[in-house]
Design a protein around this ligand. Structure first.
Ligand SMILES: Nc1ncnc2c1ncn2[C@@H]1O[C@H](COP(=O)(O)OP(=O)(O)OP(=O)(O)O)[C@@H](O)[C@H]1O
Length: 240
């Protein structure tokens, strides 16, 4: 049986606000399966980035289970969590978070190096990934000379470098115009389908939702599935 890449069960997260405790995530349940791009929408301050940080093993929940490929990692120590981050999770951030003084291909080499796996096979992998995001011709350019859209494409290729099962994207189109935003999300969707990844994207941008398989809304510390034309069609086709 194939394992579910990411499962969150009964997640609770509390922050201190002065004297008061505020429960940002409340008994939250969520699953991300292979081959699906999931969008998470919700008002500012509703807890979307907090959720993504927990899903990415960057932040510990105050309660609940955080299951990656069938293993509950909620009580892993820091080193074990770092290992999960390196091998199972790829991140795409709003401002691409690339290293400015490294060339494009070296951005990918860096994450392979961290995993101790820069060899002939991974070099070839880096070349293929850069080709698939349309940047093979930019492999030896410094990222500071690239456009915002090109930087995000490097970030997408980098997120896939260690072949993670899960891709997490926090507002990946926030710094882009609408045409570039569509291109970037179409590219994430293509990589998710072709490489069979589970992907979760936090966004405010409703115009890119047609590329997503499921849309959730964050409200009162929980996620609610929004019914889309796509999911309605899928359900109809499945039941007829
Ligand atoms: N480390 C922290 N300590 C205290 N409060 C925090 C901390 N991190 C986040 N918060 C609070 O938790 C709430 C949710 O924050 P979060 O960044 O997850 O929201 P968001 O939905 O991603 O918002 P936005 O759409 O504006 O990015 C906010 O009220 C924020 O101020």
């Amino acid at each position: 049986m194939t394992k579910i890449p990411l499962e969150l069960k009964n997640i609770r997260k509390v922050f201190q606000d002065g004297e008061q405790e505020v429960e940002i995530l409340h008994d939250l349940n969520f699953q991300a399966i292979k081959g699906e791009l999931i969008a998470i929408l919700g008002p500012s301050g509703s807890g979307k980035s907090t959720l993504l940080s927990i899903a990415g093993a960057l932040l510990s929940p105050d309660g609940g289970e955080m299951i990656v490929n069938g293993e509950n990692i909620a009580n892993y120590n820091d080193k074990q969590k770092a290992d999960v981050r390196l091998h199972s999770i790829g991140y795409i951030f709003q401002a691409s978070n690339l290293v400015p003084y490294l060339k494009v291909k070296d951005q990918l080499k860096l994450v392979a190096d961290l995993a101790g796996s820069w060899n002939k096979e991974t070099q070839q992998r880096a070349d293929e990934l850069l080709k698939s995001v349309g940047l093979a011709h930019r492999a030896n350019h410094y990222v500071q000379h690239l456009s915002g859209g090109e930087k995000q494409r490097v970030a997408i290729a980098r997120s896939l470098m260690n072949n993670p099962d899960i891709i997490l994207a926090d507002e990946p189109t926030a710094s882009l115009d609408s045409e570039r935003s569509s291109e970037i999300v179409a590219l994430i969707a293509k990589e998710v389908k072709e490489k069979n990844k589970a992907a979760v994207m936090v966004t405010h941008d409703e115009s890119i939702l047609s590329y997503c398989d499921k849309i959730y809304e964050m409200k009162n510390g929980q996620l609610t599935l929004r019914t889309t034309l796509k999911t309605t069609l899928k359900t109809t086709l499945r039941t007829t």
